[in-house]
Write a protein that binds this ligand. Structure first.
Ligand code: GRF
Length: 195
């Protein structure tokens, strides 16, 4: 039985695509069972093309964030999701959602955490700050944004001629290796029981 993964996305979906690609290998121990987005975005098209169930949860359709996250949790559980992957998901998850999937939600962030945490501009901030090295991190999602236990990181050199775009491209190339590797590692060991 392959680990059933639910992906939360808001944007381009290149990390989702990397996971889908990895799971084409029949020996890969996980597969994307469902994709949730908080708005219409290219990631949904990627899910559609791969024949993966997907749904949009716009905040405007719910009384508040908790209600939105409750609906999302219900769908994930209906699809038997055992691991939630935030792959470019740009909304903060509410505490009850995080409790419901305790230690079973991971996020990919484009910096070597704890550097440049809690921002959507981590790549630009790394460039502006003059660091010689940045990278990407996969961590467990807790109530503290970008501060949960780090599972794995990959470094990326900052080059003198880098633009935000060139640096982001190289970081994302590393993300596409890191995320499937972490999901594979998690699939190979017992996860906390969902109650
Ligand atoms: C990634 O760079 C990730 O680190 C950040 O958002 C970006 C998502 O990209 N959290 P994509 O939608 O997977 O292409």
């Amino acid at each position: 039985m392959r680990l059933r993964v639910g992906v939360l996305a808001s944007g381009r979906g290149s990390n989702l695509e990397a996971l889908i690609e990895a799971s084409k290998d029949p020996l890969y121990p996980a597969r994307v069972a469902v994709v949730c987005a908080n708005r219409e975005c290219p990631a949904l098209e990627i899910a559609k093309n791969a024949g993966i169930f997907r749904r949009v949860f716009p905040l405007s359709s719910y009384p508040d964030r908790e209600a939105r996250d409750r609906a999302m949790a219900q769908l994930l559980l209906e699809h038997g999701v055992e691991l939630v992957v935030c792959a470019g998901y740009d909304a903060i998850l509410e505490k009850p959602f995080i409790r419901r999937f305790k230690r079973r939600i991971i996020n990919i962030h484009p910096s070597l955490l704890p550097e440049f945490a809690g921002t959507m501009d981590a790549v630009a901030m790394a460039l502006e700050s003059g660091v010689r090295e940045t990278g990407c991190t996969v961590h467990i999602v807790t109530d503290d944004v970008d501060a949960g236990p780090i599972l794995a990181q990959r470094p990326v050199e900052v080059r003198p001629d880098d633009t935000v775009e060139s640096l982001r491209n190289r970081i994302q190339a590393e993300e596409h290796v890191l995320l499937p590797a972490v999901v594979k590692a998690l699939a190979g060991r017992p996860l906390p029981i969902l109650v």
